[in-house]
Ligand binder design. Structure first.
Ligand code: NAG
Ligand code: NAG
Length: 983
């Protein structure tokens, strides 16, 4: 397996002579090939020479920063001109002599500090790619929560809160407050001169190297900076984090760069003297490759964050919070709110790589129905394609007309279909090999080019390929037409799955214009094929049987014990640069910590050229975002009036406006079950809230217990899909009785909670409020929660405490609120024993996931969860009210047709309970067809009587053991108001 994979995984015995080859090819699963690229051995050699080159030229010890020349204040902020101090420092190339600092108080909570080259030659992100507010109408300078402070010589700045001018600044680039000792080196391989000299904390602004360092309190809490599977979990490690920003096709590595780049962090500071906290956010709007480091010097009492970017400008935004939720909302206000999801998207999705034909695909639908496990959306991976080409279906195994019928059959049962779309477009092999998307694309000139203007050729699943240039004006229409034609040819999709869009390419850089395009194979063996059977035993099982078929029988002995940490290593270094003259597109001097080494490795070459001369080096991190926007717009055109449903792999700030995300190619390991929670939480910060992991794990063989726990956990994450690699043992939830049982139970809870999920996502799309929350988002003053990522909240009211380790029948979890909040069990309605800062142990037998409801809440539910979202929605509602100590509760529900785009009429219901009275008010013109059938009120401490519904006597029952009052069959019309009383 990968050198950084868990070492305790039991490997099967493999055929002796071929052993080595197979070990390598085992790692080469689809979508993440790059986990050990074919050029792996060469790589270490070239990394050596890169380091050597850096040694020769990297030097920032002489960098003295910039001095302020002029400064002009205005209504909205200020503009300062800076000039380089002394000789150019040449840390990694040419210094930029003249800089401009534009400070704008954009809103009361958002401060914009843009430091750019005065001549405006560095790459900046076009508005068409990431749209942000341009006209700042009002001047917020006076009313801003934040203050920009500066020193002239050398120039430095710091950000404070207006209300706390003397508190430790939120961001502070002054050298004098910096530690006397150098920042510890990144890792043992990080001893070359650039890093040593970069321990110098100077502000550096060069064409291909920008460095800025800010002090952080040593005991602070940092979240975000991704996309990352961090060994530290959701909260980032302040001593060892090196987050490289370079979109990368790799199976979820630990502590390395992955599919998306998100240079945003949320910082949460707790003041132990006052026992209160405040959060703020810092966002660097940059598409450049780079490293963001968190470091804590051994002496001194601060930590630092250091940005090392290899291009672009330093375009910072600061968000004042002061609550964690507010920070995330303020970020959403800047980059745009998440897209509205069609309500069927919340159903259960089933996929795998390796459904070989339409019959096998259909069989899954039938088997799910037979097992009575709700299936909302059936997916196909690239097996669907003819010759692995986008926008096709194989004429033998997935004929178009049969697919049309299959998808229509799904639709008639209120189910949906989603196919994959890969980033790369295959070249035609010869003149008789007609492939319309390619020829039309050539005619419309939509593909990325080499610097000399010839077609850029890469290699992906279909063989040699080209790649859409989203900057080209014709590309949108060409892409929309390709999707439309595909749909008309029978693949009548409801949504689209975008894969490989980092964008990935198997050649190291360009494959060259003389590549033998008749070769349509990939340079490795696919999983499940001879030579690459997925025969690794599920974690926790000893290997006792190893069959050559790749389909192993799991009858080993359970050997797992509580987890050992996944081993972590940074591996290779890469290179990165700018658009203007004097820029090295291929080998920028500063080597960012790209896990694949060279930036062009397993990706497009950094000199691949877009229209207007924009180069891949500057725009690489934007490829996925731009494809997502184009696909979203295409779907809007193909399915007018409906909300586009997209799930995509490579993301960038503002991707949430267009798409949801899955957490990429994970592993069928318990560690990745745990990582999935941090991943979902991280993407709440990134404003791509519709996210989830490949349930039961993608790479490797899963097992019953892991799949059981994972099907339960993912039922409480926004995107809920089981997906498996080709060649591994099947893992659909009906394959094991216990998993089927766990799935039915968890999905029933999920579908009951659908009105709640939907309301949370409406709030997300309108206000940017994160639907899934870390515990401290809701309880920011409880420090024991700052590092908790083994539990999470759905909204503010549903606490999920999943089992994350094998062989467990109990689980421990916090019940936040320090004893002032009553949490009631979802299933039994029993109240948990209040605690203060201590964990409770809960029973957690297989197939049971602990879910608790916060007091003071009122949650609208579907009373009768059904097989599909549509059937569930056709059933009646119920209302679960959970009173707090004061006998109060409050909640609301947003209801609309679940599909219209833009959203049409809606109705928002408000539930308010106090003093033995529950009032339901509604607002909005949407007509709710389904009635409210039952009302449950928890926390009614005394035997109640004299029940009235809108003044009329009504029956109710009272259960003293759980303090529950139940009004059954009230049959209330939710288009009117209601008052219910008890005494
Ligand atoms: C190192 O520098 C030399 C001389 O400039 C250059 O020829 C070589 O390609 C560089 N190597 C790498 C890996 O950047
Ligand atoms: C920097 O700005 C100064 C003052 O405007 C100007 O004289 C000088 O030519 C500029 N230098 C460069 C390298 O642009």
């Amino acid at each position: 397996m990968r050198h950084d994979s868990p070492t305790h995984l039991t490997m099967p015995k493999l055929l002796g002579a071929l052993g080595l080859t197979i070990l390598v090819s085992l790692t080469l699963a689809k979508d993440f090939l790059g986990s050990l690229p074919p050029q792996a051995t060469d790589l270490s050699l070239s990394v050596g020479s890169i380091i050597e080159n850096a040694t020769q030229e990297g030097n920032s010890s002489g960098c003295q920063g910039y001095n302020l020349q002029t400064l002009q204040e205005d209504e909205a902020g200020l503009t300062a001109k800076l000039s380089l101090v002394g000789e150019s420092c040449q840390a990694f190339g040419e210094d930029i002599v003249n800089l401009t600092v534009r400070v704008t108080y954009e809103t009361a909570t958002r401060l914009h500090v843009n430091i750019f080259d005065t001549s405006d030659e560095q790459y900046t992100i076009p508005q068409s790619v990431v749209q942000r507010p341009q006209q700042i109408k009002d001047a917020y300078r006076q009313s801003s929560d934040l203050v920009f402070n500066y020193e002239s010589s050398p120039f430095s700045f710091w950000i404070t809160r207006k209300a706390h001018p003397d508190a430790t600044p939120l961001f502070d680039t002054r050298l004098k407050s910096m530690p006397p000792t150098p920042i510890p080196a990144v890792d043992s391989s990080d001893t070359y001169k650039n890093t040593t000299s970069l321990n110098n904390l100077s502000f550096v602004f060069e064409k291909q190297y920008l460095q800025l360092t800010s002090a952080l309190p040593k005991d602070t809490n940092i979240y975000g900076l991704g996309e990352a599977v961090a060994s530290s979990g959701f909260r980032r490690n302040l001593t060892s984090t090196v987050q490289a920003m370079w979109a990368r096709d790799v199976a979820d590595p630990v502590d390395e760069n992955a599919y998306g780049s998100h240079p945003i962090y949320l910082e949460h500071r707790f003041d132990s003297a006052t026992q209160t906290s405040q959060s703020h956010g810092v966002f660097l709007l940059s598409a450049a490759g780079g490293d963001i480091l968190l470091r804590t010097p051994p002496s001194g009492n601060i930590s630092v964050i250091q940005y090392r970017m290899i291009g672009g400008v330093l375009d910072f935004y600061f968000f004042s919070g002061p609550s964690p939720k507010a920070v995330i909302e303020q970020y959403g206000e800047l980059i745009g709110m998440p897209t509205w999801q069609p309500i069927w998207g919340f159903g259960f999705h089933l996929c795998r790589w390796g459904y070989q034909n339409i019959a096998e695909t259909r069989e899954q639908v039938t088997s799910m129905r037979a097992a009575n496990i709700p299936l909302e959306v059936m997916w196909n991976d690239i097996d669907l394609y003819h010759a692995v080409r986008d926008f096709t279906s194989d004429p033998v195994s997935f004929p178009g007309e049969e697919m049309r019928q299959f998808i229509r059959d799904l639709a008639s049962s209120n189910q949906h279909y989603i196919p994959i779309v890969d980033a790369a477009i295959p070249k035609q092999v010869n003149a008789s090999d007609l492939y319309d998307p390619y020829t039309k694309g050539v005619a419309k000139d939509v593909f990325i080019k080499n610097p000399d203007g010839t077609e850029y050729v890469g290699q992906v699943w279909p063989g040699y390929t080209v790649f859409p240039d989203w900057f080209q004006n014709n590309t949108q229409d060409w892409w929309t037409e390709a999707l439309r034609n595909w749909s008309q040819a029978g693949i009548e999709f409801s949504g689209i799955w975008l894969d490989m869009n980092e964008a990935s390419s198997f050649c190291d850089g360009s494959c060259g214009t003389d590549a033998d395009i008749s070769n349509t194979s990939v340079p490795f063996i696919l999983p499940g094929e001879p030579g690459n059977f997925v025969t690794d035993y599920p974690e926790c099982y000893n290997s006792t049987v190893s069959g050559p078929s790749g389909n192993i029988t799991v009858n080993g002995t359970l050997t797992c014990h509580l987890d050992t940490a996944v081993s972590v290593s940074l591996n290779k270094r890469g290179l990165g640069a700018g658009k203007q003259e004097g820029v090295d597109l291929n080998t920028p001097q500063y080597a960012i910590h790209n896990g694949f080494g060279r930036l062009s490795n397993h990706a497009l070459a950094t000199n691949a050229t877009h229209v207007d001369g924009q180069v891949e080096l500057d725009t690489h991190n934007l490829w996925g975002l731009m494809e997502e926007k184009a696909t979203h717009l295409a779907l809007k055109s193909i399915q007018p009036g409906k909300r586009p449903f997209l799930i995509s792999r490579s993301t960038f700030p503002s991707s949430g406006r267009w798409t949801g995300h899955w957490l990429g190619d994970n592993f069928s390991l318990w560690a990745y079950l745990r990582h999935s929670i941090s991943g979902v939480l991280q993407f709440q910060i990134f404003q791509i809230p519709f996210v989830g992991a490949d349930t039961c794990g993608f790479v490797g063989n899963t097992d019953e217990e892991l799949c059981n726990r994972w099907m339960q956990l993912s039922a409480f994450t926004p995107f809920y899909r089981n997906h498996n690699i080709k060649g591994a043992i099947p893992q659909e939830p009906y394959r094991w009785d216990s998993v089927a049982d766990a799935s039915r139970k968890a999905i029933a809870v999920r579908y009951a909670l659908l009105p709640y999920w939907y309301t949370l996502f409406a709030l997300s799309s309108t206000s940017g409020t994160p639907p899934v929350r870390a515990l401290f988002f809701e309880f920011p003053d409880e420090p024991e929660l700052f590092d908790v990522d083994s539990q999470f909240l759905v909204g503010s009211d549903i606490l999920v405490t999943p089992v994350l380790y094998p062989n467990s029948t109990t689980v421990q979890g916090y019940f936040p609120g320090h004893g002032n909040v009553t949490w009631r069990d979802w299933y039994t309605h029993e109240a948990a024993k209040p605690t203060s800062g201590q964990k409770l142990e809960l029973q957690a037998p297989l197939s049971h996931i602990n879910v608790d409801v916060r007091d003071g809440s009122a949650i609208l539910l579907h009373a009768e969860p059904a097989y599909t979202i549509e059937e569930t929605r056709q059933g009646p509602y119920s209302l679960l009210v959970s009173l707090d100590f004061a006998g109060k509760a409050q909640g609301n529900a947003y209801i609309d047709d679940g599909i219209s785009n833009p959203p049409g009429p809606s109705r928002t219901l408000t539930f308010t309970a106090s003093q033995n009275q529950l009032v339901i008010n509604g607002n909005g013109s949407f007509s709710i067809q389904q009635r409210l059938q039952d009302i449950f009120i928890l926390g009614v401490t005394q035997v109640a009587s004299n029940f009235k519904l809108n003044g009329q006597a009504h029956n109710a029952t009272y259960d003293a053991t759980v303090q529950k009052l139940s009004f059954s069959n009230v049959n209330v019309d939710l288009n009117g108001d209601l008052t219910m009383t008890w005494a």
